[in-house]
Design a protein around this ligand. Structure first.
Ligand SMILES: C[S@@+](CC[C@H](N)C(=O)[O-])C[C@H]1O[C@@H](n2cnc3c(N)ncnc32)[C@H](O)[C@@H]1O
Length: 305
């Protein structure tokens, strides 16, 4: 399975690419966006691809093989983008792309516990071996945080309505045995929801959404410090860009989008950047029907003054 890049036409347009431009893809993934960027910047455009996940980098190298030394790869966290670009002596930078979150093969194939539909170890890190990345696993969080801390993570990062009840049930469960797998966690969440909804259904779906969705989102965001690294990379990206260069960010939930929106507004007020679009771009109905992941995607872009 190859990840389907979202909003690809919109990304290329927002980056305003020209032949021979230099672009940083901070979330290389399966390199669908990067491939299109390299085609647009032919014949001599260069791309610096960053990813925290070693398997993403391997896959990207295969997918971008034909572009040879036009591509440089860096295994790292995009929170270190400025340092990585300096080390690689990569510039002048005409465009930067961040397509946040997980790629489809990470979710479906990596065995790192991103999906509540599988029984896998509760890991959820993009970077599984600590190199410049997250130290916390989802298992560490659920097995060591207090009830209050867990409730706060589920509420703030997952907007989970039963955050306290689920936190209490996790703490009660781990007194018997630690939660090691996604199934251990899903069982606790389903028990809480069944009791609350007085349901006997195996999965008491809530408006088409699996009851574990929000808790899993919250744990993934916490394990990878997703909101913090986003706040760290945005000013670096503006700093690195050459005048006239574009920064394009695709987010998948309101917590991320709010951070990007407020940062862009602040920078526009001080005339460091100008907005490329007044409103965030979203996927067309046709794209959403062929790629459900595009449903929640929002694209915002600025141009460095
Ligand atoms: C949505 S996917 C990108 C998909 C890519 N645009 C494509 O077309 O295939 C996001 C990628 O970013 C990586 N990632 C997420 N957070 C990261 C971070 N803080 N630093 C570096 N890579 C990160 C993930 O490992 C994943 O491979």
């Amino acid at each position: 399975m190859r990840h389907i890049p979202v909003l690809i036409t919109e990304v290329l347009e927002a980056l305003a690419l020209e032949p021979n431009h230099h672009v940083i893809d901070g979330t290389l993934g399966d390199a669908g966006h990067s491939e299109a960027i390299l085609e647009r910047t032919a014949p001599n455009g260069a791309l610096l691809g960053i990813d925290a996940d070693p398997e993403s980098l391997l896959r990207a190298k295969q997918n971008l093989y034909r572009f040879g030394d036009r591509v440089r790869y860096s295994r790292g966290n995009f929170a270190d983008m400025k340092k990585i670009a300096e080390t690689e002596q990569f510039g002048p930078v005409n465009g930067i792309l961040l397509d946040l979150g997980w790629s489809s093969p990470q979710f479906a194939e990596r065995g790192r516990g991103f999906s509540f539909e599988k029984d896998e170890p509760l890991d959820m890190r993009y970077n599984p071996d600590f190199v410049g990345g997250a130290q916390l696993t989802a298992a560490t969080i659920v097995n060591s945080y207090s009830t209050d801390e867990l409730a706060q993570v589920f509420k703030q990062l997952g907007e989970e309505p039963l955050s306290r009840e689920i936190a209490q049930a996790i703490v009660a469960k781990r007194k018997e045995t630690l939660l090691k797998t996604t199934k251990d966690l899903v069982d606790v969440i389903l028990t809480v929801y069944r009791a609350k909804l007085k349901s006997t259904k195996e999965i008491p779906w809530i408006g088409g959404i699996h009851p574990a969705t929000r808790v899993f989102q919250a744990l993934r965001i916490a394990a990878n410090r997703e909101l913090e690294v986003l706040k760290e990379v945005l000013p670096q990206a503006i700093d690195i860009l050459a005048p006239g260069g574009r920064l394009v960010v695709i987010t998948f939930h309101s917590l991320e989008d709010r951070i990007v929106k407020h940062f862009f507004q602040k920078e526009a007020l001080t005339k460091k950047v100008k907005m490329v679009n007044k409103k965030p771009l979203v996927a067309s109905e046709a794209e959403v029907s062929s790629n459900p992941r595009a449903r929640s995607a929002k694209l915002r872009a600025v141009e460095k003054v």
